[in-house]
Design a protein around this ligand. Structure first.
Ligand SMILES: [Zn+2]
Length: 116
C-alpha cells in the first residue's frame, strides 16, 4: 500500500472542488494561469508515525499559508470546528457534504498542535 502525498488524488481533488479551491480557514483562493488553487491537507498526517487515513474525512482544503501553519501545529480545530490558536478567524468553513472525522481532529490537537 502506498502512503505518498498523492496516494488518493480523487479524494484530494473532490475535497478541493467542494470548496471551489478556497481555504477553509480564510476563504481565499490562489488564481493561477491553470485555474484556482488550494492544497488538500491531511488532518492526521499520512505515514509513520501518524498513519492517518487517506480519505475525504481526513482532508481539508487550505491555502498554502494555512497549510504550513496547520502542519506545524500553529492552530488546531475543535470538535465544533472552532479554530484554536489563530485569532483572525472564528470557525473552520465546512461544506455540509463534507464530513470530517472528529477522531482525526482530536489526534491533530493532541499530537501536532503546539500549546502557546
Ligand atoms: Zn487560508
Amino acid at each position: 500500500m502506498t502512503t505518498g502525498a498523492h496516494a488518493n488524488q480523487d479524494a484530494s481533488r473532490h475535497v478541493k472542488e467542494l470548496y471551489n479551491f478556497e481555504c477553509q480557514v480564510c476563504g481565499q483562493t490562489l488564481v493561477t494561469p491553470e485555474g484556482r488553487y488550494s492544497e488538500a491537507v491531511h488532518v492526521r498526517p499520512l505515514g509513520e508515525p501518524h498513519n492517518g487515513p487517506d480519505s475525504e474525512d481526513n482532508l481539508l482544503s487550505l491555502c498554502p499559508n494555512h497549510r504550513v501553519m496547520f502542519d506545524h501545529g500553529t492552530f488546531g480545530i475543535g470538535d465544533d470546528y472552532k479554530l484554536i490558536g489563530i485569532r483572525l478567524y472564528g470557525r473552520l468553513r465546512v461544506n455540509p457534504e463534507h464530513k470530517l472525522n472528529a477522531e482525526n481532529l482530536r489526534y491533530h490537537r493532541e499530537h501536532i498542535l503546539k500549546e502557546s
